[in-house]
Design a protein around this ligand. Structure first.
Ligand code: SF4
Ligand code: SF4
Length: 194
């Protein structure tokens, strides 16, 4: 029996989005042949609703909204195990990075993601204080996520061990840190940074 070679049409694949991911990540999405080695080694796999190989498959099938709306990309720890294990040189860690950027920029499907909220507050704290301010991070996260008492019982023991500080000094190099953030924003405006 004669078999014809099946290829996904540009329309099915939503080639425009795939090319954007490939450009941002510097890695091919289309090259993945679904061997699953990336997912087998991923330490965050159990937290993800779509394992890494399925993320690539969804992209190949043009279902990028499911990827951007999901939490998998935000649970990726950028450990690069997937990239190292891939027999086909797909840099999945870089693809995950690119997807987080696209999801962040879209402000859309994943804006409700608590992981994304935590990421945003973490960066805000660094910009404001020049270091992490755990008490503020936890308080604002609980407020914005509507989980007011989340981890409340951990507070006293962290407090007595000196891990939580009510007042926080800014990093003395805060001016330098602000310049870094401003520079990144400038490069982003010019399209030179992701
Ligand atoms: S290891 Fe590489 S080729 Fe295999 S499923 Fe993962 S990304 Fe695709
Ligand atoms: S980089 Fe992300 S997706 Fe890849 S193995 Fe690590 S946690 Fe999993």
């Amino acid at each position: 029996m004669k078999h014809s070679k099946m290829t996904l049409s540009a329309e099915t694949m939503n080639l425009g989005f795939v090319k954007k991911v490939e450009q941002l990540s510097g890695s091919s999405v289309r090259r993945c042949f679904q061997c699953g080695k990336c997912s087998a080694g991923c330490p965050m796999r159990s937290f993800m609703e779509h394992p890494p190989n399925r993320i690539v498959r969804l992209l190949q099938l043009g279902q990028f909204e499911r990827v951007l709306a999901g939490r998998s990309i935000w649970y990726c720890a950028s450990c690069e195990t997937c990239t190292t294990r891939c027999p086909n040189k797909v840099d999945l860690a870089a693809i995950m990075d690119a997807l987080r950027k696209l999801s962040w920029d879209a402000q859309g499907p994943s804006k409700e993601s608590l992981v994304q909220l935590a990421n945003r507050l973490f960066i805000d704290n660094i910009r404001t204080y020049g270091r992490q301010y755990e008490m503020r991070l936890a308080a604002v996260f609980n407020l914005k996520s509507g989980k007011l008492l989340k981890d409340f019982m951990l507070g006293p023991s962290l407090f007595t061990k000196g891990k939580l500080k009510v007042f926080h000094k800014k990093n003395r190099n805060i001016g330098e840190i602000e310049r870094i953030f401003s520079r990144i924003e400038e490069l982003r405006r010019k399209g030179e940074a992701t």
